[in-house]
Design a protein around this ligand. Structure first.
Ligand code: ASP
Ligand code: MG
Length: 457
């Protein structure tokens, strides 16, 4: 058995879905469990729906519901030329009514609460409706093409904690439930399809896994079913040596370790959701990142570290970070000071990326999207606090960076003209991160990339 996950752009419209179905059709002998995202931009649209609804803009909200019905029915219409003898009228009527019901439920659920008071579990239900629409439509189209496909509800087995809007999947419950559901669904079927992103609490309340969470769904399900392979089908040729949107001459990475890929996902590479790697790693399941627009391409395979060579694999970044400095002479010769600092971050649920300490100061970085007003206020009694908002983080990621001869000389040679405000290297030797001025970021990435990957081709 394998898990194949298709992201929003791979199921954006009839043409993309046709490509996706032929990819799945080529792997039926591997017993695919297909996990799909919502069609491109549908999740954003559902968040927009909530925004309008909360502002009392009912007409705009209602228009969104109608447009979702039209869009999904149009996919079916546009797909029709692929079906030799046309759709079965009964099945067509039934999928139309499924689309109507799913969309109408979004409206009814929102309407059941006064605006701005929609509980998180209903928000989770509403924002994951895109996955329910896409998976139903694709199951219908696969069946129409003669691939016997069973649709299963992820909420029958994707059990999370009760963090409704960014739920964490629960290994014991998912493993116990997923196996029997999928085995039953496979009776008399060629393929099984389910939704990414959607989860459920042990009590049965809907949850979601956070934006981009379908990758995490796929890899967790792969772990629970102990599959042979997890395939993440996206719209780029695997993971690259740097972000091709900001610098030229990037190259595809053929092989990466789980740890390197997790580090890359954490430090800005948008290809995989950061929680995707750990479940696959826990059972040593190879995870492929592939391009549905270029199915013959090599992509990237993520494997156990023992199969991976030492060295720098990629340059990643976080363009918008905040650098927080705590200066205090009180720190000298005391203990427990770090505890008081981290307690503040912990109390506010703000996660720290980089940290460096000097005799009388501690410097930390956090993602710029995080609200740190409360943190700054509570840190104030500990010393003089400054916050710098105009910085970026550049991370050099690879295996055993410290053990690679000349790597550090190469790094510092490449950035010798740039101001480096802060530097940190994890003891795992997986990444070395630098803080630079935001306007300089692209230049720094491009110099580092040149130093490690420009071999004249
Ligand atoms: N549809 C969800 C999102 O856009 C989940 C995903 O695509 O991974 O965030
Ligand atoms: Mg994604």
């Amino acid at each position: 058995m394998i898990v194949m996950k298709f992201g929003g752009t791979s199921v954006a419209d009839a043409v993309a879905i046709q490509r996706t179905i032929s990819i799945v059709a080529g792997k039926l002998k591997d017993k695919p469990v297909v996990v799909v995202s919502a069609c491109a931009k549908v999740t954003d649209t559902l968040y927009r729906f909530l925004g309008h609804f909360e502002k009392g803009e009912e007409k705009e909200a209602m228009d969104i519901i109608s447009s979702l019905k039209v869009r999904h029915k149009k996919i079916i219409e546009d797909f029709a030329p692929n079906i030799e003898n046309g759709y079965d009228p009964k099945a067509l009527e039934s999928i139309h009514s499924t689309i109507d019901t799913l969309c109408d439920t979004v409206w009814t659920l929102a309407k059941a609460h006064s605006k701005a008071q929609i509980p998180d579990s209903d928000r989770a239900y509403i924002t994951s409706t895109g996955e329910y629409l896409s998976s139903n439509v694709i199951a219908f189209l696969m069946n129409a093409m003669g691939i016997r496909t069973t649709w299963v509800n992820a909420r029958d087995f994707m059990v999370t904690n009760s963090n409704y809007l960014s739920g964490l999947l629960q290994a014991e419950a998912v493993t116990r439930k997923a196996g029997p559901v999928i085995a039953k669904a496979y009776e008399g079927a060629d393929a099984v399809i389910t939704q990414g992103f959607a989860g459920v609490t042990a009590e049965g309340d809907p949850t979601i896994l956070g934006r981009g969470g379908s990758d995490y769904s796929a890899s967790f399900l792969g772990m629970a079913l102990d599959v042979d392979r997890i395939e993440i089908w996206t719209d780029v040729d695997g993971i690259r040596t740097a972000d091709p949107r900001i610098i030229q001459g990037t190259k595809g990475i053929r092989k990466l370790s789980y740890e390197e890929a997790a580090e890359l996902a954490r430090f800005g590479a948008k290809v995989l959701h950061p929680l995707t790697l750990e479940p696959a790693a826990s059972k040593n399941i190879p995870l492929y990142v592939l391009n549905s627009m270029n199915p013959g391409g090599e992509g990237t395979v993520v494997l156990n570290s023992s199969c991976i060579f030492d060295g720098i694999k990629s340059i990643s970044y976080n363009e918008n970070i905040k650098v927080i400095n705590i200066y205090t002479p009180k720190m000298v010769n005391t203990s427990g000071f770090m505890y008081s600092i981290f307690k503040v971050f912990c109390d506010h649920g703000v996660s720290v990326d980089m940290i460096s300490t000097a005799e009388a100061s501690v410097t930390l970085t956090v993602d710029a999207h995080l609200d740190i007003d409360g943190v700054v206020k509570d840190l104030a009694p500990l010393g003089t606090i400054t916050v710098d908002r105009d910085k970026s983080q550049v991370s050099i990621i690879g295996k055993n960076i410290i053990g690679v001869r000349g790597a550090l000389a190469n790094i510092f040679g490449a950035v010798s003209d740039s101001k480096i405000y802060m530097m940190s290297q994890g003891s795992s030797f997986l990444n070395l991160s630098l803080v630079v001025d935001r306007p300089e970021m692209t230049d720094v990435i491009s110099k580092l990339h040149k130093a490690f990957f420009d071999n004249g081709d």
